[in-house]
Design a protein around this ligand. Sequence first.
Ligand code: NA7
Length: 546
Amino acid sequence: MVALQAVMHKAPSTASTDFDAVVIGAGVSGLYQLYRLRELGLKVRVFEAGTGVGGTWYWNRYPGARFDSESWTYGYSFSQELLDEWDWAEHFAGQPETERYLNYVADKFDLRRDIQFNSRVTAAHYREDTRRWDILLDDGRRYATRLLVTAVGILSAATLPTIRGLEMFRGQSCHTHYWPQEPVRFDGKRVAVIGTGATGVQTITEVAKTAGHLSVFQRTPQWCAPLHNSKIGQEEMGRIRANYAQIFARCQETYGCFIHTADPRGTFEVTAEEREAFWEKLYSEPGFGIWMGNFRDVLMDREANKLISDFVARKIRRRVKDLTVAEKLIPKNHGFGTRRVPLESGYFEVYNQPNVELIDINETPIERITPTGIKTTAAEYQFDIIIYATGFDAITGAFDRIDIRGVDGVSLKEKWQDRPQTFLGMLVDGFPNMFMVLGPHAGLGNIPRAVEYNADWVTGLIRFARERGFTRIEATAAGATAWTDHVIAASEGLLFTEIDSWMTGINRNVEGKHVRRIMRYSGGHPAFRQRCDAVAAEGYRELALT
Ligand code: NA7
């Protein structure tokens, strides 16, 4: 990278083409950001590493991949025509449907002509003399742009486990994120899945249907809850369509932009019978209700959290026949909802099947991958296929994989080494004219809802600057410090902050990601928008515009 830096900083821009704006990524964020920037009349180029649009929904084509958000709250809301034309087939769409949807969007708005596929950005360096960003692709091509927008996703830097011998395996193996485009057959095959997060849970449930034998290597069990997916008929789609305005208005009001909102009652303000009845109802309903529509204190109050955890544990015990296996599937080191709750469709029943075995790798750790399978401290297993559902270097990981340098060649990765620091999750001081859609410390939640707001805000700022002739837009250090302090304060008292997960920046497969940090804004989306709107309404005075 040193050599590259020398090249990029010495030579004046020899870029083959200049753009007003470069967007990195053609997923849900990048597509919408392109649409908005084009409206400003900018010459935009989107660089996308894949061969198609969709980001998360292009890459993650593993068996069973689907939404945990209601499809009709997930689609873009910006175009009435699009809402009128697109019919969702299922309440929680599978990956193929979502990928089709995003392709439909790209075609409808003629977005492809500004997207360059097979183009992974490896470096982006700011040059003060030209007030431009120099962009380098993995094939050596270089470009220059005035504005840079990262639309790299929060869960896009997949990580393999650091287990010895990974490259030795002679069968088929794949990380779920990099699943091949051509179908993989499991019939009669001996399959291993390592990892039991939201991805592992979906994969395991699907693979178990046809695999000859499936071995699940579990390090941490999860508090999974039922998804209760179902098809959407024409009539129901008509009702949904007629209701879109109310649906999106509701998403605007809730903490995470989902349709679910916390119950105003405290867990101990109701009788034990009322509590049980409420939880039974939530457990029988589709989606994230049991996580986000629960009593207001279950994610903050230890006693309340223990009660809901006990409730879900009872459900697991009832659903899994073998009591020893059931106990292994019940989390012991974290309470319900303190990690992202995986939604499942028959996950626990999979362990009642004769072709599925659960291997607790806390009891018998994996020693290494062998040419023919996996060796634990207790046994050597033979496999035809090993699936790594081992997650992501979340939120900052995709940034870390690009050599991003701001004023005076300061590296973003180094700046964020201890913890990310941003202004509203969208700007970084020292990195002028760089904007992030869903950067660290932004208000997250139901992704497209957050994306539309975020990209609109960035577009509004760029429009404001253009109209006034500003060519340099930067967060101030004081602004970034104040926002970071606020983000940290907003997460105080939330039980998830005490638990290792991607939501607290932990990934033990990545160096430097072993210490918990606050990665997202936890004050809720309405509060996030209020703060961002206020900055805009005051003419962005909190930024340095020159
Ligand atoms: P997650 O939720 O980070 O899950 C990764 C899983 O892989 C989890 O069970 C990990 O165990 C396990 N893992 C990771 N590294 C290892 C090693 N080295 N050995 C054994 N097991 C390992 O990622 P997902 O892809 O499932 O989900 C990410 C998000 O994407 C999800 O929350 C949705 O929002 C969409 P651990 O729990 O760390 O003990």
